[in-house]
Write a protein that binds this ligand. Sequence first.
Ligand code: MTE
Length: 325
Amino acid sequence: MVFIRIPKPWHLPENRITAESSYFNRRRFLKTLAGASIGLSATALTGCQTASGSDASPLIGLMDLAATVNPDFVEGDRPLTGRELASTYNNFYEFGGTKNIWRAAQALPTDPWTVEVSGLVQNPKTYDLDDLTQTFDLEERVYRFRCVEAWSMVVPWIGFPMRKILEAAEPTSEARFVRFTSYYNESVTPGPGGFGRSLPWPYTEGLRIEEMANDLAFFAVGLYGQTLPKQNGAPIRMVLPWKYGFKGAKSIVKIEFVAEQPATYWNTLYPQEYKFESNVEPDVPHPRWSQAQEKLIGPGPDFSVEIVPTLPYNGYGDYVAALYA
Ligand code: MTE
């Protein structure tokens, strides 16, 4: 196996890194390698802590991850979101109700970490993080990400298709849905001030099994060439680019195969506003705002570079429309 050191332009410790041009230069470099049939190491956790991390950095304590670039998901028509912005403009209600939770999220204990796969399966198993990253080949995919709040970003995730867990678990014929549960510990995750304990913790999400089996459905363990920052859902989160961002539960501890459609966090809180399915549908407004357009967040002071039309299934209809025929 040939090991190649990949330049990581986004490691530069500048504020508001403009990662886009550097990132796409790197992508060209990787494509050239692919053309020359040189494989990249697919083993995980190759590096050590970044030297640039400090208490003042939202990118503290991350480790390099090696992954094979998936050529089907290298291109976006849209520019890549600045790395630091993607890790300082977050939703993670366990740590507060604003976008500015990255400091609070550093309290999340991610080592050791286990993910229990259980329920209606032939092969229940509890994975630790090394099991996950060594059992399943890691790949990098650039995906669009559309939040129900009508902002969006484009980022390079590292992880593996969710169907790998499905194949390993072998659900029984009664299993029709999957419930995903995020980390919750009252003393670590206080929730938004004033509401905290009254909310339906832990954060849970759900999919139909066929949705989990779709090629796009992804478990991310990394972002921008390194492990996930805590505020982005370390050490493992869901990414479903054709659905609104809240379907991508962070910091997953349990994956259960069940017979009935499971309750989910947002659908339990506001059933009129957040449906179980929650695919990106520009023609279906949220009760309080339009979903026809979105703010593509960028490095500017108002986080906005461009207002763009929202696409059905966030532009991924070729992959997923058949699921909803
Ligand atoms: N997962 C958990 N456990 N808790 C949350 O509050 N927020 C969701 C989703 N996953 C959330 C979560 C919402 S509303 C969005 S838009 C995305 O995470 C945001 O992901 P990001 O902060 O990495 O952009």
